[in-house]
Design a protein around this ligand. Structure first.
Ligand code: SF4
Length: 594
């Protein structure tokens, strides 16, 4: 970056930012003013540098240094003192325009909506043009090497764009999300790629970081993880507010410490939003016409709201045969209660959730899913491997046998449930036999959908420190292809067996291939494409026919299938409840005729 500052000066500028945030790293200097701190810091820079390793703090550092109460913006919140979550007047955006690129999972999409809301509150405006924007932000993902490589290429492009503009139209570049936490030193010190680095728990501090970097021309960093931040008080700004679907973050972080996974290090410990704040947000979405909400969390079904006094003190129930790496937790409003509460907001609104861990499906969760027609009968059960030895090395807390018993139990509890899964090909030490066990598990379960990835080792993970990434790349790729082909083979057979059935489709919008077709999803979250023709309401014989629109439910007869979706013929428009009534009536008729 063209600041003319040496590396140590840039490091100090980051530390000033930390100090203002009350973060644990600089809590040693709580009484010092910024200028005093700068002086002291220069004379003790080595000591400070030792306090952060070159690759950033480990989870242990985070646990040790995290404050028990809100750490990121405590000072600013106190200044505001009226429930406002931002120091709006202290760090004004002055209508500067911000362009955001989002990479990675749905959590990142939702985090982008949270960031938009925070920036809007501070007077920044959204830009859809990178060329015209004053600030460019990248919401990043560190889960796989390929994702990071892509983001590095974009950062080089941003840097070139900034250089081209020069002083004519200055550009500030910011890195948000998981990569920010993982690679802060490399990005700021070595590569000098960005002006702002802001971790997943520090978004409320982003307006201040942008103001600091603009006024000082120095880099500003806050990657402090929090034990409490859930952004419960931030109403996300949805970019596509016309979409019938919305995502609502209900918990953050993960305590599972699967050995291959970077999430516990980049996102921190599990914490859940108060149930009431989630229900309030979903009520607002319902009033705005939203027809589908997906509850989000890194381990969503481990949800545990401790904010209210009125909750059970009983231990958390796990799926039979599953265990955790942490001590049993007690108390809190659990996932089943959350599901029940959000399902009751609007019986015409579909409820989905992702991403769950198979250990957190006690009967109370399965019974709640089964009891509410608007909770979709689709469960993601990430297996990762079908071999007990590999599962043990991954630290997943279950065996192949326990997983298969859970599958059987789920299918008994929720008839016609659709199952999907995640699989990793070529994890450390995975033999050919172990890989075949995974293929055979797929043959037994016959998933509706599966995400398959070749393993890529991430620094900081437990596998990085303890295991050897000893499967050659070409073997990983070959196994990945085999997993993918096996899932597709079974999904195609499963989907072909449904041709002729009538499914309720929530219309999302035009099909990508033809503006004459609508695309939507069935209860199992599988895509269905059908011709956009006028339809009557309630039955195919109605007189008044109108075109369906996004957000409408349409009963579609499936006419053909592939492993990834269906084509169908639209029959009539309906509601979720009427369709359910019709389905029950047909079931009763079938029973009576037997
Ligand atoms: S459950 Fe395992 S894989 Fe999923 S986020 Fe947590 S540590 Fe990562």
């Amino acid at each position: 970056m063209a600041t003319g500052l040496g590396r140590s000066q840039r490091f100090l500028s980051c530390m000033v930012t930390f100090q203002k945030c009350n973060c644990g790293v600089l809590s040693k200097f709580p009484q010092l003013s910024t200028s005093t701190y700068l002086h002291k810091a220069r004379s003790s820079s080595e000591r400070i540098k030792k306090s952060i390793s070159q690759t950033g703090p480990s989870l242990t550092d985070f646990l040790r240094k995290s404050q028990p109460s809100q750490p990121a913006l405590q000072g600013v919140d106190n200044v505001m003192g009226s429930g406002s979550y931002l120091g709006v007047h202290l760090f004004p955006g002055n209508n500067r325009s911000v362009y955001i690129e989002t990479y990675g999972c749905q959590m990142n999409v939702n985090d982008t909506e949270i960031v938009r809301s925070i920036l809007k509150q501070s007077g920044f405006v959204n830009s859809s043009s990178i060329e015209k924007a004053d600030v460019v932000l990248a919401m990043t993902c560190a889960i796989r090497e390929g994702a990071e490589d892509k983001i590095w290429r974009r950062l080089h492009y941003f840097k070139a764009l900034k250089k081209r503009r020069g002083k004519r139209h200055s550009l500030k570049i910011g890195l948000l999300g998981c990569m920010a936490e993982r690679l802060k030193h490399k990005i700021i010190d070595q590569e000098q790629m960005v002006d702002v680095v802001c971790g997943p728990d520090a978004y409320k501090d982003l307006p201040r970081l942008l103001v600091v970097t603009s006024s000082s021309n120095q880099a500003a960093v806050n990657v402090q993880l929090s034990l409490e931040e859930t952004y419960a008080d931030v109403v996300p700004v949805r970019l596509n507010s016309d979409s019938p679907s919305a995502f609502v973050s209900v918990m953050r972080g993960c305590d599972n410490m699967c050995t291959y996974c970077i999430v516990p290090f980049t996102r921190g410990r599990e914490r859940s939003r108060p149930l009431t704040s989630i229900v309030n947000e979903i009520n607002i979405l319902s009033e705005q016409g939203c027809k589908e909400v997906t509850l989000l969390g890194q381990n969503v079904n481990s949800y545990r709201d401790l904010s209210s006094e009125e909750h059970t003190s009983s231990p958390t129930q796990l799926s039979a045969g599953f265990k955790t790496v942490y001590k049993p937790k007690t108390g809190g409003k659990r996932f089943a209660e959350l599901l029940e509460a959000v399902a009751l907001v609007n019986p015409e609104m579909r409820i989905r959730f992702t991403s769950p861990h198979p250990k957190d499906f006690p009967d109370e969760v399965l019974d709640t899913i089964n009891a509410h027609p608007n909770i979709c009968k689709h469960i993601h059960l990430p297996a990762q491997s079908g071999n007990s030895g590999v599962l043990d090395a991954m630290g997943r807390g279950y065996t192949r046998e326990a997983y298969l018993e859970l599958v059987e139990h789920v299918r008994k509890a929720i008839p016609d449930v659709a199952l999907s899964s995640d699989f990793i090909a070529g994890f450390c030490g995975e033999s050919e036999e172990a890989h075949k066990d995974t293929l055979s598990l797929m043959d037994i379960v016959k998933y509706n959908f599966a995400f398959c990835f070749p393993y890529s080792m991430r620094q900081k993970t437990r596998a990085y420190h303890r295991l050897e990434d000893n499967i050659p790349k070409e073997v990983k790729m070959k196994r990945h292809e085999e997993l993918h082909a096996t899932f597709r083979k079974h999904a195609e057979v499963r989907h072909m067996s449904q041709v002729g059935e009538r499914h309720l489709i929530l219309v999302e919008g035009e099909s990508k291939r033809s503006s004459l077709d609508w695309a939507g999803r069935n209860d199992a979250n599988t895509k269905v494409v059908f011709a956009n023709e006028p339809l009557s309401y309630g039955s195919e014989n109605g007189k008044e026919k109108v075109l369906a629109k996004p957000g409408d439910y349409v009963v579609v007869q499936l006419t053909s299938a592939t492993s990834l979706g269906f084509k169908g013929k639209a029959i009539y428009r309906s509601t979720l409840q009427e369709f359910e009534e019709q389905r029950k009536k047909e079931d009763r008729n079938v029973c009576a005729s037997l």
